[in-house]
Design a protein around this ligand. Structure first.
Ligand code: MN
Length: 239
């Protein structure tokens, strides 16, 4: 047996999510995100394409915020947005997964938020705008509990709704996704080997908007419960 490794600096924790109906947790390996996946959101962002190749990016796994947690207002923006999304989590994977087999690799589903610095301060906009800085920053990935497939099947339709301080902002239906879950899994697997623990954020419907300190965000998707987070003080102010 391999002797237990000792590390020169503290080792990072393994982020994980609760699994509904189980005392086991779902370990998060990677967080893949799909952008521009509902026509109405593409339009509100100024585009009109519908079946262009999906926009793909990642968030580091230590961006996860648990249900009920606090998301600090991040630095270098005054335009911090919510994007409520269906979360798909994988139990297996590999390369080149055919669409017809894609759902057999899914462990379960949940609700997540792709928190976004829509506008960056002191950073040029335009074609060279640094997407990574807008999307992949500390605590930008609130994720709700995982509902196993055995309990909820494979949701392809259902209301997806976000309220901020009790007022509805996003209110749409999973049936309006441009790229469906099997297509997303199959497409990602042509570029990456999907593995157990991978989380996929599948894109947001229209109605995105800014938050301020103290806002309480409650996301819900039919049969997948709710995800609640509070926007905390600015990271800089708290420092
Ligand atoms: Mn998004």
């Amino acid at each position: 047996m391999k002797p237990e490794a000792t590390f020169a600096v503290p080792a990072p924790e393994q982020p994980s999510l609760p699994v509904v109906g189980s005392d086991k947790r779902f370990p998060v390996r990677r967080i893949y995100c799909i952008g521009r996946n509902y026509v109405a959101h593409v339009r509100e962002m100024g585009g009109d394409e519908t079946r262009d190749f999906p926009l793909v990016f990642q968030k580091p796994r230590d961006c996860v915020v648990q249900d009920g947690g606090t998301v600090p207002y991040p630095p270098k923006t005054n335009d911090f947005h919510f994007e409520l999304e269906l979360m798909v989590v994988m139990k297996s994977g590999g390369y080149d997964i055919p669409e017809a087999e894609a759902l057999s690799h899914v462990f379960g589903y949940g609700i997540c938020l792709d928190m976004t610095r829509r506008t960056l301060l002191d950073t040029a906009e335009g074609p060279r705008s640094p997407w990574e800085l807008k999307k992949s920053f500390d605590l930008s990935a609130p994720c709700g509990p995982v509902y196993p497939v055995e309990q909820v099947g494979h949701p392809a339709t259902g209301r997806i709704k976000l309220e901020v301080d009790g007022k509805a902002h996003q209110d749409s239906d999973l049936g309006l996704m441009i790229w469906r879950t099997p297509e997303i899994i199959s497409t990602l697997s042509r570029y990456y080997s999907l593995e157990p623990g991978d989380v996929i954020m599948t894109g947001t419907p229209d109605g995105v908007g800014p938050v301020t300190e103290g806002n309480v965000l409650v996301g819900s998707i039919d049969n997948l419960g709710t995800l609640t987070v509070t926007i905390g003080a600015s990271v800089k102010a708290a420092a």
